[in-house]
Write a protein that binds this ligand. Structure first.
Ligand SMILES: [Mg+2]
Length: 180
């Protein structure tokens, strides 16, 4: 069986509008970034597996339940499916960053490697888009060679291959640079 390339997406600030330093706690607070659904649908048509990889420490902090997070993601998937843009897998680290027993919190590559194993992914042909250093670091640690950064409110010290300012720039960029 041949392995598929994947496109890994960070969530907050990429799929949905960043809540800033806080957390998106319910579906009513979840707002898709303009342009992201079109990009997801296009990538799916090109044969990429779509994987959401997100730290959601709000669960570990007791600000929201795991059920509430799952419900939000279920509704997100329902909405994306209308456009042929649903994720093939969602990996969320809900541990506290300070939890000494946690091995999955980004920049750990663990969630990417788990997705690769579950979905038979070829990481050497895969991409990641994120808005923070820990996203780019995770890709590098996991052996995902192609990275895109959404630049904005987060300070950047680790360079990505490509930069965009708004998600509306993603699809035009992909149509120029992505070769499967
Ligand atoms: Mg983010």
């Amino acid at each position: 069986m041949s392995l598929r390339p994947a496109f890994f997406f960070d969530r907050d600030g990429v799929v949905n509008v960043s809540p800033g330093p806080g957390y998106v706690l319910c579906w009513e607070e979840f707002h898709f970034c303009e342009g992201v659904i079109e990009a997801l649908a296009w990538l799916k048509k090109q044969g990429f597996a779509l994987v959401l990889v997100t730290n959601q420490q709000g669960v570990g902090k007791g600000l929201m339940t795991l059920e509430a997070l799952d419900d939000m993601h279920h509704r997100m998937q329902e909405e994306l499916a209308k456009y042929g843009a649903a994720f093939d897998a969602i990996h969320a680290c809900t541990c506290l960053k300070s939890d000494p027993g946690c091995t999955c919190h980004k920049p750990s590559p663990e969630m990417v490697l788990a997705a690769a194993s579950n979905l038979n992914l070829d990481l050497t042909r895969s991409w990641l888009i994120g808005d923070q250093d820990r996203d780019i670091q995770m890709a590098m640690s996991a052996g995902v060679p192609h990275t895109i950064r959404v630049v904005g409110e987060n300070s950047a010290t680790i360079a990505a291959d490509h930069e965009i300012r708004e998600l509306t720039e993603l699809l035009p960029l992909l149509q120029k640079i992505v070769v499967r």
